[in-house]
Design a protein around this ligand. Sequence first.
Ligand code: GNR
Ligand code: NI
Length: 182
Amino acid sequence: MALLPILEYPDPRLRIRAELVVEVDETISTLVSDMLETMYEAPGIGLAATQVNIHKRLLVLDISEKRNEPCCLINPKILSREGQIGYEEGCLSVPGFSEEIQRAERISVEALDEKGSPRKFEAEGLFAVCIQHEMDHLEGKLFVDYLSELKRQRLKKKIMKQSKQSKADAVRETGRLTAPVI
Ligand code: GNR
Ligand code: NI
């Protein structure tokens, strides 16, 4: 078990499109358990492999209140979409920011589970929102991409300010620039 570092916006690696998983082997099992551990620790309700710099079509989620219903989807595909739902979304790769995003309310999904067995199921509400959010990560897409130009500009400014501040903090603490320059 290991905690994996989570990439943060605007890291260009979050824009890489993930590749199909060809075989659900031991490497994948290890990745799934490391991603679950990372998601629970963060804490978050979902995590896509892209966010931990692994560009494979794999995601984990747990929307249960007790945080004891882990779910893993490999090579997920949305077969159909119905309705519309607005949900206040956040993202572990865009810390400190949330916004209401519109998505399909019900989806039909096909995927492999952590053992490599095919599954087909329906999802709705938060479960459906979370699957769509994670599947966007696998396409190199972030929820902030749905914002208006104005809101995205405001967010960019806020993030640039934060990163300048953390650079200044690092210099003050160590006398040199230790934090990576984004
Ligand atoms: O923890 C998370 N919460 C969340 C809330 C509303 C809609 C989507 C999410 S997913 C997010 C974790 C994350 O960034 N997954 O990619
Ligand atoms: Ni996210």
